[in-house]
Write a protein that binds this ligand. Structure first.
Ligand code: ADP
Ligand code: MG
Length: 255
């Protein structure tokens, strides 16, 4: 009798690999500015990590490197659970939300959210239901035909979030997304992001200046220090959100 070994489930195995790992990353700009020096961190699937630190400590630079948008001067960055293209960069697994919504003013809300799929060669007909569902998750289904100039700052930010999510990324990067918004809008968006995180299982790295926001949202805080930029402290958050964090990282959740 031949007894076959149980094969490892490829999908759940890849699910357990880190989403991104920075190993001793340094970044020196051509101006000579050392933005990052020997920065190391690993983000596991399902984490909600806040990246906190003073202006100029390299948060945006680190986020761009994590997104594959900026090269490193030394050290390495890996995306162990992503498909890697010929340039050594992750393919389509990362959504990015910038502080400025950067929407195309001549495109409707639908057109702006469709854009990443269009760039992937998906036809409008094939993309329509995905775009509308994504708009629904950020509460903007009724605004598909509106233009950015007709929207409030908070609504524009929701469109940016929908645009980042429409490709169904594993990792969502947000660079001080709500810093320019009023407190009430910001709180609503915080709750929406938390809901998305809980419902979708997405991994989030959220850059903020606000200790309060970081504590409210995350299950882990990475504090950076300036000159040169590097990790100063890295700790889990133990608040009422701990329960969610535990749930998100439990074996049960991963299956
Ligand atoms: P943070 O997002 O924490 O405010 P940044 O990552 O934007 O910090 O910047 C880190 C440092 O690198 C700063 O000193 C900044 O001036 C510098 N820097 C950022 N981008 C560039 C660039 N494209 N060219 C030269 N210097 C840069
Ligand atoms: Mg920044």
């Amino acid at each position: 009798m031949i007894v076959t070994e149980p094969q490892p489930d490829q999908r759940s195995e890849s699910h357990k690999r880190p989403v991104v790992t920075l190993s001793n990353v340094s970044k020196v700009f051509s101006s000579g500015t050392v933005a990052l020096s020997t920065m190391s961190m690993t983000v596991e699937p399902g984490e909600f990590v806040s990246l906190l630190g003073p202006s100029g400590c390299g948060k945006s630079t680190a986020l761009r490197i994590i997104a594959g948008l900026g090269g490193v001067s030394s050290g390495s960055v890996d995306w162990p659970s992503s498909r890697i293209n010929a340039k050594g960069l992750p393919e389509g697994d990362i959504g990015f939300v910038f502080q400025e919504p950067t929407l195309l003013p001549w495109q409707t809300v639908f057109g702006n959210v469709y854009l990443p799929l269009r760039l992937q060669g998906v036809s409008k007909a094939a993309a329509t239901s995905t775009v509308l569902e994504t708009l629904d998750t950020v509460g903007l289904k009724d605004f598909a035909d509106a233009y950015p100039r007709q929207l409030s700052g908070g609504m524009k930010m929701r469109v940016s979030i929908a645009r980042a999510l429409v490709t169904n990324p594993k990792l969502l990067l947000m660079d001080e997304p709500f810093a320019a918004l009023d407190e009430i809008t910001r709180q609503k968006l915080n709750d929406d992001v938390l809901r998305l995180w809980r419902e979708t299982g997405i991994t989030v790295i959220f850059v903020t200046h606000s200790v309060f926001e970081a504590a409210y949202l995350s299950n882990r805080i990475v504090v950076m220090k300036a000159r040169p930029g590097r990790v100063h402290a890295d700790f889990p958050i133990t608040t009422s959100l701990e329960r969610d964090a535990h749930y998100r990282t439990s074996e049960e959740y991963r299956q």
